[in-house]
Design a protein around this ligand. Structure first.
Ligand code: NDP
Ligand code: 8X3
Length: 256
């Protein structure tokens, strides 16, 4: 794999899968454009990567993908050289709450839909025209097993990931007559900050999610992302569903 002279833009690079993708693409020589809301995490990540890969090109910026005008302003004012994005990893996302739909918090629903669906759309709407103009680019969305199966109390999070699945397919169709590629990487259970965020920092609820089996690590998912980006230009990996071996479906997990 050779990603030198390749600009990879990863949203939500401050932790979990996005952070692992930054490491994995850095290892292959890519130039990294990274964003998230927690700027201090991005500063630390940059320093760690620069120690590991001296000479690496990294540009980071704080961004809330829910803020449409901030997305447009921040991306449109990037130095021109950094607008030549070759790979966009739409990773920023989250779940909030695990409630029956009629008992859910409306603020939780709005946060999930604004981030996972609208945020992904704002980023995509800005970056893809640049790719089309260059006749080059690969969009990799991070979906989920939750975009293929609805599970109890998953309602709105699942809907947001079903939407990512539909948007991935729609974008692939709309770009069918271009050299651009569109991929979705859809993991099952991955141990990251995901469950702490879902349960609003309640460790007693978050920790057991990954108990009794070996979950995926964020590096496992990053490996699939980099692999899908490494194929020859005529090969388009449409979809990867990646599960822990102990997980057979959204709700079937062999916990011992
Ligand atoms: P983490 O919570 O570890 O990481 C989420 C990342 O998204 C963070 O970097 C966070 O950064 C960023 N983010 C969240 N909201 C925003 C926002 N409004 N603007 C910009 N960045 C944002 O979780 P994961 O790594 O697990 O999640 C990454 C993706 O993977 C998500 O889309 C998730 O739905 C998906 N996924 C996760 C699975 C899992 O089991 N963990 C399984 C399947 C899919 P910050 O807070 O600094 O803004
Ligand atoms: C994250 C996986 O099953 O917790 O998308 O929703 S799950």
């Amino acid at each position: 794999m050779n990603f030198s002279n390749t600009i990879v833009f990863i949203t939500g690079a401050s932790s979990g899968i996005g952070r692992s993708c930054a490491y994995a693409f850095a290892k292959e020589g890519a130039k990294l454009l990274l964003c998230a809301r927690r700027g201090d995490h991005l500063v630390q990540l940059t320093s760690d990567l620069e120690k590991l890969y001296p000479g690496i090109s990294i540009l980071t910026f704080e961004l809330d993908v829910r803020d449409r005008s901030a997305v447009e302003d921040r991306l449109n004012t990037l130095p021109d050289a950094w607008k030549a994005i070759d790979v966009l990893v739409n990773n920023a996302g989250l779940s909030r709450g695990l409630d029956r739909l009629h008992e859910g918090l409306i603020e939780d629903w709005e946060e999930m839909l604004d981030t996972n669906v609208k945020g992904l759309l704002y980023i995509t709407r800005t970056v893809v025209p640049w790719m089309v103009a260059r006749a080059k680019g690969h969009i990799i969305n991070i979906g989920s097993i939750a975009g293929h199966e609805v599970y109890p109390k998953g309602n709105v999070y699942c809907a947001s990931k079903y939407a990512v699945d539909a948007l991935t397919k729609g974008l692939r169709i709309d770009l069918f007559d271009t050299p651009l590629r569109v991929t979705t990487v859809d993991p099952g259970l991955v141990e990251t900050e995901f469950s702490m965020v879902r349960f609003h920092g309640d460790e007693a609820r978050a920790k057991p999610v990954y108990k009794g089996f070996t979950p995926l690590s964020p590096d496992d998912v990053a490996d699939a992302v980099v692999w899908s980006a490494s194929k020859p230009a005529h090969v388009q990996i449409a979809e990867i569903i990646i599960l822990p071996t102990a997980q057979a479906s959204a709700t079937t997990v062999n916990r011992v």
